[in-house]
Ligand binder design. Sequence first.
Ligand SMILES: [Zn+2]
Length: 447
Amino acid sequence: MDFLVYGGSVVTMGRLGVVRDGAVLVEGDRIVEVGRSEEVKRRNPRGYERIDAEGKIIIPGLVNTHHHLAMSLLRGYADDLPLKEWLEKWIWPVESLMTGEDIYLGAKLTAVESVLGGCTTVNTMYHYAPEFNEARAIAEVGIRGVVGHVCFSWRKDEDIRLTKMLVEKWHGAENGRVRVSVDPHAPYTVDPGYMRELWSLTSELNEKYRDKAPVIWHIHLAETMDEAEKVEKAFNVDVKDGVVVYLDRLGVLGPIVIAAHCVHLTDKDIAVLASRDVKVSHNPVSNLKLGSGISPVPRLLESGVTVGLGTDSVCSNNSSDMFETMKLAALIHKGVSMNPALMDAWRVLRMATIDGARALNWSDEIGSIEPGKKADLVIIDAMKPHMRPMYSEVSHLVYAAKYGDVETVFVGGRPIVENREVKTVDVEELITQVSKARDRLMEKVRR
Ligand SMILES: [Zn+2]
């Protein structure tokens, strides 16, 4: 679709900053021109569908750097429990009963939920099932995603087989909208030998798919206070300098790594994250809900680490709302540091857009509104009482805007949401299917 959006405030997250009364010209799946409405219109007097965005804000699609899409089937199933009990008594037993179709439905629900909130790219770690899976859900809803199969020491052969199948079928699929990652679950569930084996697999895959896109490495890291101790106990290794230092000694860190959480870090850990250019996904809502703690994000940023934002699964959130996550990310560090100058709105919005894209090694195509990039655009209605008056678009996006203010969403130039209506999926039908899947699951749990 070729179109011209004009008349709104374009928050480019690129060189042009915020362009008031701005315009974005899209040809096919790419942005070709960005600038003042008057000029862009003058240069392109005809041939494009015109979308009047007066009173609206146009932003690049938000990037959610850590999720488990399929887990939305368990939204609200178990809350307010310690992490170990929550996982071992509640979440893992039900997950073991989930079929591929459940995974697909849960992922589809989250993909729809995400795009209705302006999120166009998700990074998700879950179990891959050949026919019905998260990648298929992402493809059908029409968003962008990095999909990984979660790997554990206790099922090595199966994991490697499934990861290879996933890569073969989905890496670069859907005109590049779907990418694949290698996902060791965490340092305490993946033994050192297996960790190295998965790293070699990642290198092999990157060699093989050099011309397509990077195969990134997605891992949970330093989430809870006792993680180092758990790793030491499980594998009889030395983790006294921190879990990041431990992984570095294994030789499994580099710029393609995105580490989710990074709450409990030593000074040495932070230095290694910076020197290896490891990317961090900050998940403030999940870390608070699970009582894990608060990631030292201001220190990470000061050290030069690229930090994106994530919601984590809706089991520990319980939504995929990136606006809520942005606001909390801006507020929480001010509160604990008693410093209101930390984590300003611009910084936080970067984390949800261009830095999130960098964190996924995808910033050459997404994360900002600039010529040559994919047309992932979100139009936000700013003519609402809670969005008026307007001094700063960036301030409003982080502190005032809500999930429901997202009006229209394009992914690669294709309208996925128009006036809050999802164009690619029958949402009512999806909700009916999800309810049935929930009932089937609970039936199995009772047995
Ligand atoms: Zn997670």
